[in-house]
Ligand binder design. Structure first.
Ligand code: RNT
Ligand code: ZN
Length: 413
């Protein structure tokens, strides 16, 4: 018997079908963010420093410096991430010969990415880039009191949605278009309502045009560096916005809440009202630090909520982290593999049995079984999944990273 056969037999005792889990995992895409590849710098001609309350720390060498380096790095990562993937782009990654203002971006500026995605059968997701730009005035964009500033970012977001629609059409799959703005105040504001009313008005203008294939969403957060006292696009603000605007969804980033709040509990709450929930899976360490995703309890719990509620098609899983202190290609791979491992863990739980125990009030047995199931042989199934997807399954995948890094050390000096 192989290890996989042993594992399958053990899982079968609990009524879990390992084959089915592999099949489901293989068909569930994860959208991988391009911005881990270059510390959120982007490809703009005169890219400024990262701003907007988010930060990358670290100075690991061999960062991708242009489109072809970023593609080469992402290709390397893809060889080590099993299963179906998508690519999540930011507007600041347009591929243009000369500088194009963000409010004038057009689908043609992303043709190179569409060609790249087509060749690799990747769907593309998109984000307007409302940070790291001189038109962010006083930490404000869509909620700014300055009409010129607001209009600029409204035009940029409208342009971004059209680019997402172009992705959807070209690639024959939906495109998630996520609006996140850094708007906030460093110190206690005198007026928290007026900026929010302006943000609301800006969003109404942005989402006015009906587009096919675009899944629009808005992303809240609790605070950012330099805007600690108040975030205009807070949880309550966007949750209410999404609830009252059909076709606009509330994206949950698990780094964007108070430390004792958990996204795993928010997913089922939103499932009661929304048919889609876009996610940013990240790892907050004390704050929204965007560390590489680990295979940890909350990530597994998020996966369990998706799986046990049969919401694999409703929850759109994306990654969002950026660590500049370690090998960036490995960072992509480690985080993506961990997100998929968490899904596999969830798919291998006897979910129906566990749910029934709760319904029947058998809480002692539920606790017992949940804990016994933590040690189920996930590894053997993971390895089988990797093998079937043609990806190295054990830690020796890191040899490929070392070899790739040796190559880069000669090229990127
Ligand atoms: C910032 C948000 C946002 C960004 C990316 C780069 O706190 O999480 O999603 O990380 O758009
Ligand atoms: Zn995010």
């Amino acid at each position: 018997m192989t290890e996989f056969e042993f594992a399958s037999a053990r899982l079968k005792e609990l009524g879990v079908d390992a084959e089915k889990a592999i099949e489901t995992l293989a068909g569930t895409p994860i959208s991988i963010h391009c911005w881990q590849g270059d510390d959120v710098v982007g490809l703009e001609k005169n890219a400024g420093a990262l701003s907007g309350g988010i930060q990358t720390t670290g100075n690991y060498p061999y960062k991708a410096r242009n489109f072809s380096e970023l593609c080469a790095d992402f290709d390397k990562a893809l060889t080590l991430i099993p299963g179906k993937n998508r690519l999540n782009l930011h507007a600041s990654y347009a591929v243009t010969d000369s500088a194009v203002p963000r409010d004038e971006l057009k689908p043609e500026h992303f043709k190179a990415w569409v060609d790249y995605a087509k060749k690799r059968s990747l769907g593309l997701d998109f984000n307007p880039t409302c940070f790291s730009h001189p038109m962010v005035k006083d930490n404000l964009t869509l909620s700014s009191p300055d009409k010129e500033v607001r209009e600029f970012w409204i035009r940029h977001c409208i342009a971004s949605r059209r680019i997402a629609a172009y992705f959807a059409k070209e690639l024959n799959t939906y495109s998630v278009c996520n609006v996140w703005v850094p708007d906030g105040f460093k110190d206690i504001p005198a007026d928290r309502l007026t900026p929010r009313l302006r943000l609301k008005e800006s969003l109404d203008r942005i989402f006015e045009e009906k587009l096919t294939g675009v899944i629009d969403c808005v992303e809240s957060k609790v605070f950012g560096i330099g805007v600690e006292a108040c975030t205009v696009g807070s949880n309550e603000f966007y949750m209410s916005y999404a609830a009252s605007h059909s076709g606009v969804y509330n994206l949950l980033d698990n780094g964007h809440y108070h430390p004792t709040e958990v996204v795993s509990d928010k997913i089922p709450a939103l499932l009661a009202f929304f048919d889609k929930i876009p996610l940013h899976v990240t790892r907050p360490v004390r704050w929204d630090s965007d560390h590489v995703v680990r295979y940890e309890d909350e990530i597994r719990e998020i996966a369990c909520e998706i799986v046990r509620n049969k919401a694999m098609d409703k929850v759109l899983i994306g990654l969002d982290y950026f660590d500049a202190s370690i090998n960036r290609v490995a960072a992509w791979v480690i985080g993506a593999r961990n997100a998929k491992k968490a899904l596999l863990f969830a798919l291998l739980q006897p979910n129906e049995k566990l749910m029934r125990l709760q319904e029947n009030g058998e809480h002692t047995e539920l606790l017992m079984l949940q804990e016994e199931c933590r040690l189920l042989p996930v590894e053997a199934v993971w390895e089988e999944f990797c093998r079937r997807m043609g990806v190295k399954e054990k830690e020796n995948w890191f040899d490929d990273i070392k070899e790739y890094e040796r190559k880069l050390s000669a090229e990127r000096i």
